[in-house]
Design a protein around this ligand. Structure first.
Ligand code: PGA
Length: 241
């Protein structure tokens, strides 16, 4: 049985005060709903300590947005696995397209970060996906297969989540057609040795399209940016039909 995981990626949004306000509004809305679904919030590093305390005893699991591959060292601006686990973090996003695009993340560094996450018993959410130009050039499958082949070297597929996030659908309001997202996710699953890995879709998931997306047989959850910032809309995603 594959686990359904609805994860919010807050990116560089929400101060501690704002994260508390959000939580107060969200918790009663999702308290008793589909308890078998995993709900994750990947917050900025600065929110993790407070959120960890505030999430104690709730159904929500804490996630981070990045992890460095070394356990400690002279890496200004980076965060280590033990710093995250000390905060009660359980999940960490690795290889988000914004990290690849703006911060020089490569398939090789993604692989190192995935290994570090697993070494620290964190579950990495590996993001893969193609750009608009790559899709138009018919390279979607090749790009994703390369991201998987290079990213997953020596990675334990029993402690892994994958998110298919077509870059052209992220933050644009333009969703990948649910049938097409299902097709690509099916292709990703074919490449895995563990067929039970949770594979999410990400890219403009919102209340208006979540039911159609989650109705697809290959899609096991959503990684959500914009619509995870408002309690009302995020609760609706957790409660998808
Ligand atoms: P979006 O972001 O939901 O705002 O498109 C998704 C993501 O970047 O994970």
């Amino acid at each position: 049985m594959r686990k359904i995981i609805i994860a919010g990626n807050w990116k560089m949004f929400k101060t501690q005060a704002e994260s508390l306000d959000f939580l107060k509004e969200l918790l009663p809305k999702i308290a008793d709903d589909h308890e078998e679904r995993e709900v994750v919030l990947c917050t900025p590093f600065t929110d993790l300590g407070l959120m960890s305390k505030s999430l104690h005893g709730t159904r929500i699991r804490l996630g981070a947005q990045n992890i460095h591959w070394e356990d400690e060292g002279a890496f200004t601006g980076e965060i280590s696995g033990s710093m995250l686990t000390e905060m009660g973090v359980r999940y960490v996003i690795v290889g988000h397209s914004e990290r690849r695009q703006y911060f020089g993340e490569t398939n090789a560094t993604v692989n190192q970060r995935l290994k570090a996450a697993q070494r620290h018993n964190l579950i990495p959410i590996l993001c893969v996906g193609e750009s608009k130009a790559q899709r138009d050039a018919g390279e979607t499958e090749a790009i994703i297969f390369e991201q998987l082949a290079k990213g997953l070297v020596d990675i334990d597929q029993n402690a892994l989540v994958i998110a298919y996030e077509p870059i052209w659908a992220i933050g644009t309001g333009e969703t990948c057609d649910a049938i097409e997202a299902n097709r690509v996710i099916g292709l990703i699953r074919e490449k895995l040795t563990n067929k039970n890995v949770t594979i999410q879709y990400g890219g403009s998931v919102k209340p208006a399209n979540v039911d159609e997306i989650m109705a697809q047989p290959e899609i096991d959850g959503a990684l959500v940016g914009g619509a995870s910032l408002e309690a009302e809309s995020f609760a609706r995603l957790v409660k998808h039909v």
